[in-house]
Design a protein. Structure first.
Length: 552
């Protein structure tokens, strides 16, 4: 423990000393070490702000290190407890193993069916701009929140080891999506019982929305997995008065924040839940100083993993990017309810109305039961905390931001349905109903086309076909101009796979020898200096045209 603190302090000192050097010297050495990867608009920002970024990062690390040094005794308590409690996991009971196995098999089969779908805008951008580059670039260049750093790291290793096929790049999301099934089972087992755990795991396995993001090379499923594990550790920490669970919760929370920064919502939910539950029991081992240390550990780990971003891209890219810019109150009043309504719609996508109604009824039953026990309902707490943070930020988040809460909704809904069935139907009936319900949802998810047609994260399904058509036609001096929204990153992904030069997609038309245009069907593109568009190939959602240079 002392060694790690010394390392962090030394790192902070090195950063502080480096900040005293001229910015141009520092940036020159950085660019020299990174080669040409750093050429571009980031260089002037580095020259202007690198010194202050170095001082900010050094100060942040020093403050966190000093805090842990002052609280060294409780910090050692957490470390010692974690080491002492480290054991091989016990093999689950046969009933639990069968239940988790059935749900996991459903999850794997359903997700594999969509693993090779056409690459989408956001995941293609992730690969093109970050994961396919050297790690020093991909883990520090953060122009937008599109770069989910943990996902970028894992996709990079998958790409280096197995290639750049779509299914390879989606392996981290797929693995997280499958692991979410046993993680949800474990959380439901802690909060309720085995039947609730089975129903929850089956709903997670079959959910259309969770299937979509389990086959999308983004960080949302990694975040959802971390949130569910975090809640489980919080429950264990309170029930067992366990320091090791508290320490692990801080590390898992940091991992979730590395996956997607909006893990902030989940961390606050988990913290509020711990505080409420801890007030109902007498904790003898966990003291306020241990909570303070856990917070410092969370902050220190997050600061270290985001350190390249803080230095190269700047802290403003994390906390003041265009996606978290505060809205006017009138805009917020209009957009936030719409966002929440869309969120509810995608949560229930491909779920038959009777099943959706039963899930909502189960959630209400669980909530009412908690109120009668005079305890804060976890579902209400999570919704209230997340809504309060959104209102304080004055933002209307994308629907996928709330994805991490969907497994919790299934847990609480399943708990209410099991409570409703008690004294009416035996356990086998509940298991059978869960199998049938999840089976119906799975069949609808597989056959409805909702996953493939989802507009979230952008889609241009004809990108591969366009690249294949241009293969053998495109010369190095040609240019390809796409007028289809959300299409260029997908084309940039597929072009190298067909041996096409990627610079043709960014070459200005006036510099081209020949010009090809990808346009929406039944449209006539107007490009200055070019005319007489000739259709080459029509696709379901686009048309490929060849234009001739205008005379004169």
């Amino acid at each position: 423990m002392l060694g790690w603190l010394i390392f962090v302090v030394l790192l902070a000192v090195v950063l502080l000393v480096a900040s005293a050097l001229p910015n141009t010297t520092l940036v020159g050495r950085l660019l020299g070490a990174a080669g040409e990867q750093r050429a571009g608009t980031v260089t002037p920002e580095l020259v202007a702000h690198l010194g202050e970024r170095l001082r900010f990062a050094a100060g942040l690390l020093l403050v966190l290190s000093v805090g842990l040094t002052v609280l060294r005794a409780p910090f050692e308590d957490l470390i010692d407890a974690a080491v002492h409690d480290l054991t091989w996991p016990r093999w689950p009971a046969r009933a639990d193993a069968l239940a988790v196995g059935a749900a996991a098999l459903l999850a794997i089969g359903l997700r594999l069916a969509f693993l090779n779908q056409p690459m989408r805008y956001d995941e293609a951008t992730t690969f093109n701009e970050f994961a396919s580059r050297p790690l020093y670039y991909g883990l520090s260049f953060y122009p937008d929140p599109n770069n989910h750093l943990l996902n970028t790291l894992l996709v990079h290793f998958a790409f280096v080891g197995l290639g750049n096929q779509p299914w390879v790049l989606r392996l981290p999301a797929l693995l997280a999506g499958v692991l979410l099934v046993p993680a949800t089972y474990a959380l439901a087992r802690l909060l309720h019982d085995r039947r609730t755990a089975f129903l929850s795991a089956m709903f997670v396995a079959a959910s259309s929305y969770l299937v979509e993001y389990s086959t999308n090379a983004r960080g949302y499923m990694l975040q959802a997995l971390c949130f569910v594990v975090l809640l489980s550790l919080i429950v264990i920490a309170v029930r067992r008065d366990g320091l090791s669970a508290l320490f692990l919760a801080a590390l898992v929370a940091a991992l979730g924040a590395y996956a997607v920064p909006t893990m902030l919502y989940g961390v606050v939910v988990a913290g509020a839940w711990f505080w409420i539950q801890a007030r109902r029991v007498r904790l003898s081992r966990i003291a306020p100083r241990h909570l303070a240390v856990s917070g410092l550990v969370l902050g220190l780990v997050v600061s270290l993993v985001y350190l390249p971003v803080l230095l190269v891209s700047g802290p403003d890219k994390l906390v003041a990017n265009r996606f978290v810019a505060p809205l006017d109150l009138s805009e917020l009043a209009l957009e936030l309810p719409t966002s929440l309504a869309h969120t509810w719609a995608v949560w229930n996508r491909d779920i038959a109305l009777p099943i959706s109604a039963l899930l909502l009824l189960g959630f209400v039953i669980t909530t009412v039961a908690d109120v009668r026990r005079k305890t804060m309902p976890l579902g209400v707490l999570a919704a209230t905390v997340c809504l309060a943070i959104a209102l304080l930020q004055r933002v209307a988040p994308y629907e996928r931001v709330w994805l991490f809460l969907l497994p919790l909704y299934f847990v609480l809904s399943s708990g209410g349905l099991v409570r409703l069935s008690q004294g009416r139907w035996p356990g086998l009936v509940v298991y059978a109903a869960g199998l049938v319900g999840a089976g119906v949802i799975a069949v609808t998810t597989f056959t409805s086309g909702s996953v493939l047609a989802s507009p979230e994260t952008g889609r241009f399904v004809d990108a591969e076909a366009v690249a294949r058509t241009l293969s053998g036609r495109l010369a190095p001096g040609d240019a390809v101009l796409t007028l289809v929204p959300a299409s260029q990153p997908e084309l940039q992904y597929y072009f190298p796979r067909f041996g096409l030069p990627i610079d043709t997609l960014v070459r200005p038309p006036e510099e081209a020898t020949r010009l090809y245009v990808v346009a929406l069907p039944d449209t006539t593109p107007a490009v200055v200096g070019w005319d007489h568009p000739e259709p080459i190939q029509r696709f379901p959602g686009a048309v490929l045209l060849a234009l001739q240079r205008a005379p004169g």
